[in-house]
Design a protein around this ligand. Structure first.
Ligand SMILES: NC(=O)CCC(=O)C(=O)O
Length: 275
């Protein structure tokens, strides 16, 4: 099985939506990324992570930002997980949505953040996505020439049932556009990506915005890739950065063969089902 050359882009999020797309296009055109198969962008890569911005920046599926991302995937002949962006549906609901495009620019996946980030840590982070956003209700797995990949957004990763449902649908990689914060990030970010990788014997990929202390929300950054043993293959710091990591899906099969956790489940005693 060929290795999947995966670029993780930890970009700055500007207030100017177009500038965010332009910088993404410039990065993807860089010679270092010439032979990649897959690129992953951060959560809300084109919109400041603030409730007041979500309605203002929201676009319908197929809108301008969607179109530009589709064209970038086709131009570079890559799979593009277009981080996430605010999506407005016909009824005016707004979702935190991640689109996936194949090497021809065709949309092959779409995930609407299912668990909204509503937390209130005393002396720490407060955020209430449900002030403006509506939750999605689909488990998302998409097909590639390499195998199936699961997709969720940031806070979604905290829910082990969702990761397991993706794995039950065949995911060997779980991709997570994300933006943890300065309260939970230091303790939970790396742990969470390793934990989901170990539980499910998958690669996990987290792509976060770079930290901007002048922004309303301070991203932890630390974009990360872990392997199916739970080993961290790459972790950034808080600054803008781009890294390319090779994923070997034979390693998923090897780990699952040697330590057969998924086979050893007592499905006669317990089950996980989607309603
Ligand atoms: N954007 C988010 O969903 C943030 C999630 C987060 O920081 C967490 O601790 O969970």
């Amino acid at each position: 099985m060929p290795k999947i050359k995966t670029a993780i882009l930890q970009t700055h999020v500007y207030k100017d939506k177009i500038r965010n797309i332009t910088q993404t296009a410039e990065h993807l055109a860089a010679p270092e990324l010439a032979s990649i198969d897959l690129a992953v962008l951060p959560e809300m890569f084109c919109c400041p992570y603030e409730n007041k911005c979500f309605p203002e920046y929201a676009e319908a599926e197929g809108g301008d930002t969607w179109e530009k991302c589709s064209r970038l995937a086709a131009e570079h002949k890559i799979y593009l997980v277009a981080g996430s962006m605010p999506e407005r549906d016909e009824e005016g609901h707004i979702y935190n949505t991640s689109y996936v495009f194949d090497r021809t620019g065709k949309q092959i996946g779409k995930h609407r953040k299912m668990h909204l980030f509503d937390i209130n840590v005393k002396g720490g982070q407060y955020f209430k996505e449900s002030d403006t956003l509506t939750p999605g209700n689909q488990v998302t797995v998409f097909d590639t020439e390499f195998g199936k990949m699961g997709l969720c957004i940031c806070y979604d990763l905290r829910f082990p049932e969702l990761a397991r449902l993706m794995v039950d649908k065949g995911a060997q990689v779980i991709i997570v556009p994300a933006a943890f914060n300065m309260t939970t990030g230091p303790l939970h970010w790396e742990l969470m990506f390793r934990q989901r990788a170990v539980d499910n014997q998958v690669y996990t990929i987290g792509a976060a915005p770079a930290r901007d202390m002048n922004a309303g929300y301070h991203s932890w950054g630390h974009s990360i890739v872990t392997d199916p043993w739970g080993k961290v293959l790459m972790e950034m710091d808080e600054k803008p950065d781009i890294k390319v990591v090779k994923l070997d899906l034979d390693e998923v099969s090897r780990v699952r063969e040697e330590l057969p956790l998924l086979k050893h489940r007592r499905k006669d005693l317990y089950t996980l089902s989607q309603i």
